[in-house]
Design a protein. Structure first.
Length: 211
């Protein structure tokens, strides 16, 4: 079985976009890097919070295995800062790889200064409560994608893609094949071919004004 660091390196090299076109499951476009240059590839640790509450996140930081990325569903209460500098310090101390959350975060400058990869729907100042029920390590739906223990999460400038653990090898193989095919496309384009020819597109469907 490949070493976890080798898998992470391969997934980062392929990137979220290629993996999302190769059998991975792209999250909704609202989930983006909280700071420029943030990137991660790590096993998922799903978290389900009650809307407006982040107690489950605090518990997950203490229970998730080192090297995991917390993948957090908060329901429909997204415009709160569920994560900030305090939880970042706690997560780093536990060896966690990053955070993907379908909600807001805050202390973004501190997250960037720490180099801690975070993907969120944006920045939000109001904080969450810390007292409601939740769940960790259970299947959750984040960014409209179902996430389970054993899945891999890849985030970069293009967004976030989930690679199911059960199809990891197949997705990596498909991603490599796609990159090889695209390299051939790029070479053909440089030699004068058009995307219409290479992709067999029907240009007659487009109304072109006379010039």
């Amino acid at each position: 079985m490949p070493d976890q660091s080798d898998v992470a390196r391969t997934l980062l090299e392929l990137g979220a976009a290629t993996l999302g076109e190769s059998g991975g499951r792209p999250m909704r476009a609202r989930i983006k890097a909280a700071w420029a240059g943030a990137r991660l590839a790590a096993p998922a640790y799903p978290v389900k919070c009650a809307p407006g509450d982040n107690l489950a996140i605090h518990v997950a930081v203490t229970r998730a295995p080192s090297g995991a990325v917390l993948v957090v569903d908060v329901g429909d209460e997204r415009e709160l800062g569920y994560w900030g500098e305090v939880l970042t310090n706690a997560a780093e101390a536990r060896g966690l790889a990053g955070l993907v959350i379908d909600a807001g975060v805050r202390d973004v400058a501190a997250l960037e200064a720490h180099g801690f990869p975070v993907f969120s729907v944006g920045t939000a100042l109001p904080g969450a409560t810390k007292q409601q029920e939740g769940a960790i390590g259970r299947v959750s739906t984040v960014g409209d994608v179902e996430v389970s223990l054993g899945d891999w999460v890849v985030g970069d400038a293009d967004g976030v893609t989930v690679v199911p653990g059960s199809t990891l090898d197949d997705v990596i193989a498909a991603g490599r094949a796609r990159e090889t095919k695209e390299a051939g496309f790029f070479a053909a384009l440089r030699e004068g071919s058009t995307t219409l020819e290479l992709l067999d597109l029907d240009a007659t469907k487009i109304d072109v004004a006379d010039t």
